[in-house]
Design a protein around this ligand. Structure first.
Ligand SMILES: NC(=O)c1ccc[n+]([C@@H]2O[C@H](COP(=O)([O-])OP(=O)(O)OC[C@H]3O[C@@H](n4cnc5c(N)ncnc54)[C@H](OP(=O)(O)O)[C@@H]3O)[C@@H](O)[C@H]2O)c1
Length: 221
C-alpha cells in the first residue's frame, strides 16, 4: 500500500487518479480548493495546510492547473496578449506548484523511492510547438517544466531516491478541455488516470527531472 498526497483531487484528472489509487488499495490524502480551501496560489495557505500533515508520502501528485483563468483565454495572436493573463497563468500553473515543491519535501520519505509528479502539458514543450498560439498557457507550463527539472536536481541531494517529473496526461475530457476538444481525439479521465499510474509504475531513478507523456514516452523540452 502506498501513501499518496494528491493536490487537486477535485479536478477531472485529479478525481480519476484518486479513484484509481483507491481501487488499488492505496491511501490517498487529497487537498483541493473546493473542499479544503487549498488555494495553490496562496503561499500562506500552502505552507499552513502542508504543515498540519503528519504522514509521510511515497507519492506527491500535483493535479491542479487551468487553461483559462479569470482574465485569460488561450490566445490566438500576439495582439491578444495581456499582462494580467500572463500573471494569472504563471501564478496558477508554475508558481503554485513551485510553492508546493518548496513546502513538501519534509513530507517525503528520504530513505526510500518516492515520486513527485505534476501535471504539465505537451503544449508547454518548446521543441514540440508547431502551431504557436496559446502563449500564456504554453509559457506557464514551460516554466513549470523548468521548475520541475531544477527541483529534481536539488531533491536528488536531500532525497537521493526521489523521482521528480512532469507529466502530460493526453487530451482528456474534463471541464478544462470542454470548449476546446472539438473533434480532437480525447480519453476519459479514468483512462488517463490508469495511463498515468502505469507510467509512474515504470519509473526508474534515472528518470528524475524528465517530462513524460501518458504512454511513458519522453517529451522534448
Ligand atoms: N484535460 C486535459 O486534456 C489536459 C491536457 C494537458 C494537461 N492538462 C493539465 O492537467 C491538469 C488538470 O487538468 P484537468 O483537465 O483535470 O482540469 P480540471 O478538471 O479543470 O481541474 C482543475 C483542477 O485545478 C484546481 N485548481 C484550479 N485553480 C486552483 C487554485 N488556485 N488552487 C487550487 N486548486 C486549483 C481545481 O480545483 P477546484 O475545482 O477545487 O477549484 C481542479 O482540481 C492541469 O494542470 C492541466 O493543465 C490537462
Amino acid at each position: 500500500m502506498k501513501n499518496i498526497l494528491l493536490i487537486g483531487n477535485s479536478g477531472g484528472v485529479g478525481s480519476a487518479l484518486n479513484a484509481a489509487w483507491h481501487m488499488r488499495g492505496d491511501k490517498v490524502i487529497g487537498l483541493s480548493r473546493q473542499s479544503d480551501g487549498f488555494d495553490i496560489t496562496n503561499e500562506d495557505t500552502v505552507e499552513r495546510m502542508l504543515r498540519t500533515i503528519k504522514a509521510r508520502f511515497d507519492i506527491v501528485f500535483i493535479a491542479t492547473g487551468g487553461l483559462e483563468t479569470e482574465n485569460s483565454r488561450p490566445e490566438k495572436s500576439l495582439l491578444d496578449l495581456g499582462k494580467g493573463a500572463f500573471q494569472e497563468q504563471f501564478l496558477l500553473n508554475a508558481i503554485g506548484p513551485a510553492l508546493v515543491l518548496k513546502h513538501v519535501p519534509k513530507l517525503l520519505h528520504n530513505d526510500r523511492a518516492t515520486i513527485i509528479a505534476t501535471l504539465s502539458a505537451r503544449v508547454g514543450s518548446i521543441g514540440d510547438n508547431r502551431l504557436g498560439g496559446w502563449y500564456s498557457y504554453r509559457a506557464s507550463k514551460a516554466a513549470l517544466n523548468q521548475i520541475i527539472h531544477s527541483a529534481a536536481i536539488e531533491l536528488s541531494r536531500t532525497h537521493p531516491k526521489s523521482i521528480c517529473i512532469a507529466l502530460h496526461p493526453g487530451t482528456v475530457r474534463t471541464s478544462l478541455t470542454q470548449k476546446y476538444v472539438g473533434k480532437h481525439p480525447a480519453v476519459s479521465p479514468a483512462e488517463a488516470a490508469n495511463n498515468l499510474l502505469k507510467v509512474m509504475d515504470s519509473l526508474r531513478p534515472e528518470d528524475t527531472g524528465l517530462f513524460f507523456d501518458w504512454a511513458g514516452r519522453r517529451i522534448d523540452w
